[in-house]
Design a protein around this ligand. Structure first.
Ligand code: SF4
Length: 86
């Protein structure tokens, strides 16, 4: 089970989560080419170690454990994985 970034990240892309993640599994980062065109940031579902460190630093509460992902945003689990081709 990985953590998932959902709809509130769209238009925000704060990146505090990127700095908080101990395994560097949140992308695109500000210095990556895809950052400018990405709607939101994404968590790699394979690399995520489920530590939860990203959750409290998100200013718009966009990050959820998969089990807690609101039903209205359930498609974001697949969106996060798709960014990594997973
Ligand atoms: Fe990174 Fe931990 Fe958040 Fe997973 S739960 S994306 S490992 S900070």
């Amino acid at each position: 089970m990985a953590y998932v970034i959902a709809e509130p990240c769209i238009g925000t892309k704060d990146t505090a989560c990127v700095d908080a993640c101990p395994v560097d599994c949140i992308h695109p980062k500000k210095d990556e080419e895809a950052f400018a065109t990405s709607e939101l940031l994404y968590i790699d579902p394979v690399e995520c170690i489920d530590c939860g460190a990203c959750v409290p630093v998100c200013p718009v509460s966009a990050i959820f454990a998969l089990d807690d992902l609101p039903e209205k945003w359930s498609d974001f689990a697949a969106k996060n994985a798709a960014f990594y081709g997973k």
